[in-house]
Design a protein around this ligand. Sequence first.
Ligand SMILES: Cc1ncc(COP(=O)(O)O)c(C=O)c1O
Length: 401
Amino acid sequence: MPTPTLPPLPELAHSFMLDPEIVYLNHGSFGACPRAVLEAQSAHRERVERDAMRFYIYDLWKVIDRSRTALGGLINAAPEDLVFVSNATSGVANVIANIDLKPGDEVLVTRFEYPACINNLRRACERAGAELVVVDLPWDPIDEDTVIDAIMGRVTDRTRLAMFSLITSATAVRMPVEQLIAELNARGVETLLDAAHGPGCVPMDIEAWGPTYCTGNAHKWLCSAKGCAFLYVHKNRQDGFRPVILSNDAYDIEPAIGRSGRSAFNHEFDYMGTDDRTPMLVVADAIETLGAFYPGGINELMDRNRAMCLEARNLMSDALGTEPLVPDSMLGPLAVIDIPAPGMDPRALRERLMEEFRIESMIVPNPGSDTPMIRVSPQVYNSMEQYRYCADAIRSIVGLS
Ligand SMILES: Cc1ncc(COP(=O)(O)O)c(C=O)c1O
């Protein structure tokens, strides 16, 4: 097979360790981490290896607070209301482990939630004899009001918790979370906001939104080291809220928190057994690094990523002759584009894009038809030239040129 000529890497891509022989178009699943952040992480690793005893027993608590404060500033949450876990899936699992579901209780999710998060809820419901209610959200067309009506229409007196994404995974819909949380709070239903695509992706304001729980990845749109997400728990639910993995101090917490001067909530999550905690220590470095890419800081970066996403979505829908699926008002920096190839296996298309065109992409099934869709999720290391190249590649595979 002849080697394709790839579009050149944009300037900022050189701040990352991306393979220049690949057109990397799937930041939304696993993004790249800037060299500067990886260097900061290496410095922490060296520190651990020089004196691990000192690091785990004395220093970890102090350095992790730097991440808590920086992240709290970005998403407008009090730093002490945040703890770190390895990923958003773990954030969801920790919340579920702290909800005492009873037989007959109902837990609401939408059909567009991330499978791992639904699976954790499903197991908890099955064990408790509770019901997992999957809301059949509309699709093509979709709009904010219909989404809110669909979810609120399934709330009953037995609804204990509602879990929904800030931006859904495979369908890339920016959900009307502000209104949803307000309406669910008014009905006395606890909310678990899955903001896996949250920090550094779209502006967030936890204090104003008022969820009961929220988890979100630092390793996605903040481009922080892999293995770091935050978990926010509202102050009035922190008492007795404990990690799935209990550590040494769990049943004798008072002396430990007396020494460290932090809440039991912070203390227990900060150390959950010996583990590589360096991803949690470079969140501030990631925020600083992303903030330095453009004069307008991370807000400009988020605006630019969204603008490139809309441009890429329009370019690709035009090139493929399909209609946009989601209104612009419901898009962040991720969008799906329908591909006019009924019956084509999404996995096969993804593999052909890689094998024949060196494109790493996210191809998903259209939930409303039998066509595949491509999800675009531009980051600073992508360019419109890459999306043009990708549109031409898909046209050639599906026989449009
Ligand atoms: C909406 C959503 N929730 C949760 C996750 C899981 O994230 P992680 O693999 O970091 O746990 C993803 C991953 O893509 C996601 O898109």
